[in-house]
Design a protein around this ligand. Structure first.
Ligand SMILES: [Zn+2]
Length: 76
């Protein structure tokens, strides 16, 4: 009977470790994406957009290709 109790405790402990590990992983994953996601400002309209969606041209970020064109036109 004592053997089963030990086995139960061991199983419970493994579950507990896995659960807390998963929670820790989810927490760190959440932290890396929440708020710290690279946001850039459109050089033309100054709207904030995620860096991965931005258009990069002439060392500046643009929210769309239209704004890049508009800015390059007004520049020259
Ligand atoms: Zn823009």
């Amino acid at each position: 009977m004592g053997k089963w109790l030990v086995l139960l405790i061991v199983i419970w402990f493994i579950f507990w470790v896995l659960k807390s590990l998963r929670r820790l992983k989810a927490k760190t994953h959440h932290n890396s994406t929440d708020g710290i996601e690279d946001m850039v400002q459109c050089h033309y309209c100054e709207i904030h957009i995620p860096k991965k969606e931005a258009i990069v041209a002439d060392n500046h970020f643009y929210c769309c290709s239209e704004h890049y064109q508009l800015h390059s036109q007004s520049d020259t």
